[in-house]
Design a protein around this ligand. Sequence first.
Ligand code: ATP
Length: 486
Amino acid sequence: MVDLDTIVSLCKRRGFIFQSSEIYGGTGSCWDYGPLGVELKSNIKRVWWRDSVQLRPDMVGLDASILMHPTVWKASGHLDHFTDPMVDCKACHRRFRADKLDEGEWVHYCPATKGNKFMVPDGEPCKHCSARRTLCPSCGKGNLTEARQFNLMFKTFMGPVEDDAAVTYLRPETAQGIFVNFDNVLQSMRLKLPFGVAQIGKAFRNEITPGNFTFRTREFEQMEIEYFVMPGTDEEWHQQWIDERFAWYQKYGIRKENIRLREHAKDELAFYAKRCVDIEYLFPMGWSELEGIANRTDYDLKRHSEFSGKALEYFDEESKQKVIPYVIEPSGGVDRSALAFLVDAYHQEEVRGEKRVVLRLHPELAPIKIAVLPLLKKNSRIVETARRICADLRKHWVSVYDDTASIGRLYRRQDEIGTPFCVTVDVQTVGDADAPGDEKVTIRERDSMEQVRVSVSTLRETIAQLMAGNWAEVATQLPHPEMGEG
Ligand code: ATP
């Protein structure tokens, strides 16, 4: 398993993810997606939206605003309950989430070794004196305060007057935007139960201990579905969504040994939830939540009805009765998905005695789909042809042209960012004084490094087939040139 530092460094070096405001020393827990990161993230959102909304007759989309009426958060329970237990160090004044105190290594001045300083691994006792951590894990000296509840919502003021009446919050989840629009969506779209509303958007949580790169940040993006069902059918639908979402990650490349389901214990369930199952991924720091799928019952619609005075109901034609639907909520994070896809795709291998780093990203997720590479950059006909091919491919897929190194180096660069196909143009393509060109180019596949030769005139068609995941099939029908990796 790759470690997180390797992924962080690849992300920075190759333009996936940078630390926010780095030139000012960075901000804790905020990250900026660079040119390749933004493509990866938008590909994840695009395939999620396509699979969750566009391909389903029972789903519609929504894009609600981040700032909402402050009563939303009273009704939803976030003002009173959206808290984590926090402790402070009395010496260094750092703050920690009380329930995660033993999830990181801790500083220990060991009395058995004349007070020498050690870093002790997560949750373990000191090897020398067997003591367990009781003091601050960061400075190793201060006592910790009693835990108190800390609300994770970011408070802000709406409008120019900073008084209590203007207080509002940045949304800590996108879900509430769906609940408060339940009736708007139902009436405008004439929907019948069961139906779902999907939304992708930013959410903000003032996490006490952010960390592990983009895994836990204070600003992040969620992909959420609220799926409304008839009460009584909720358990079945819940299971269906668990299965569906579990399969979705694997469809886009997550290996099945690295993903699992975790049922919430009764005492861990949110007070309104009937059942909740997390999809967990084996991140470098251990199994951690990628997505939560909860049966939220009719809690949210009931509460918003109560606080707004507006009925949020569904008229059931069959029984001629009004019902308050139950809701199943698959709630995933875009940033955590992107991190899991990157970690899972990362491979290091040896090819002819040299190290090769390759991101085996699913072609639909890869930031760049095709790199067009001229074999000789001094040959103007090769360069012109390569540029023309790239301009044509660019109309259909994210494609780049690169001639800044030898072919072997160019391949490695594309492997490291997960580009599934490289197209090379050589002397044989364009011909020379002795022989006319064959108007064919080589396509090289990232994972197998296999190559096939195709006509420029059918290149677009062939690439479309390859994007659909048919390399083996296409490759058996085309000639394989005798070409090395340069
Ligand atoms: P955790 O237990 O890790 O704090 P949570 O159970 O509070 O997560 P949910 O409220 O279920 O998370 O949010 C749904 C999804 O939103 C999570 O599965 C995760 O993918 C994403 N998410 C939540 N908090 C963060 C965060 N601070 N940074 C990045 N993604 C997050």
